[in-house]
Design a protein around this ligand. Sequence first.
Ligand SMILES: Nc1ncnc2c1ncn2[C@@H]1O[C@H](COP(=O)(O)OP(=O)(O)O)[C@@H](O)[C@H]1O
Ligand SMILES: [Mg+2]
Length: 353
Amino acid sequence: MHQELTVLQRFAGTFLKDVNLGVILLNTDFELIDISDMACKVLGVQKSKVMNRPMEQIFISLPPEHQLIQRQILDGMIIRNHALSWTNNQQRYELLLDSNVLRDDEDRIVGAYIIFKDVTNLRSLEEQVQRSDRLAMIGQIAAGTAHEIRNPLTSIKGFLQVLRKTFEENGMDRESGYTDVMLSEIKRINELVNEFLLLSKPKHVSFEAIDLSQVLKDILPIINNEALLHGITVEYEALYGLPHVIADKELLKQVFINICKNGIEAMGDAGRLTIIERVDKEERKVNIDIRDTGPGIPLFVIDKIFDPFFTTKAEGTGLGLSVCQRIVHDVGGNIRVSSKGFGTTFTVSIPYS
Ligand SMILES: Nc1ncnc2c1ncn2[C@@H]1O[C@H](COP(=O)(O)OP(=O)(O)O)[C@@H](O)[C@H]1O
Ligand SMILES: [Mg+2]
């Protein structure tokens, strides 16, 4: 019996250090008797400083309703799977919490325990799944309607061009001006529909081994041209002999054009766009950084930029980045963004084998 107890005690000690759970033990005075390492980390406390102190004092800066746990739990209240958010040092944790009292042989309450799990990653996974569900649905709608829109547009465009020619031949400048406007609006609808089509699962994807340097060199004239119009300089740092990635070349061109265009649009009439190639040998990924010297992306916006239809531009579609993300995810890669007040860097990461 005696030996069993020490094993149990040893287990308790090791458990509190090793386990990836927040564990807190309290006595009947609501004082902290023991705490696991993980709880210290999540709650941002130091074990030696909080031991044997009343819970209210430990989190004295928080109003009672924001305390992790209330004194009432010592009255015998049982808590199961209570979800709550906890912010410590700008880091936000999503926690699932259980608690119950501990009783002695006579059924008297002698303390309480609180156990919580960190489910922050699960939560964001859930959000990702919801987002890609939404994307898939938009993709289906897009595939169904985009062609239906594009075909009549093509004939409208054709007849308008005929009209414009006739107007021009008859010196009807005003009318030919109208047809110009109509044609450029049609061009805009066409571009929108093209983005829609990219959003739906493209039918003619051809996966092949490609050199990302080559993709970037192919689109550089387009980027340079766009940049020149806005007085922006483009810098391109190529690496010789990048490992090849398996992807669709045309789709990847879209990705880099979209991201570079966003950068140029963000900068207004001056600035620098830098494209850098890197190889991460450890993770076996090719990374392409696209950096601009624009105003950056505010924190409250950055979570949404990959959402379809999210845009802050009067003429934007909000589809560019969601299309990019879908294309890159489909080849097992990811796009990260970092923006700290001044300038923005998008990093497209694609695995190689
Ligand atoms: N380089 C950037 N700098 C600042 N904001 C950006 C940048 N790239 C994207 N954004 C933000 O993300 C939003 C979504 O971009 P996107 O999906 O390409 O749609 P759109 O360009 O049509 O607005 C933009 O409206 C803008 O607010
Ligand atoms: Mg865009």
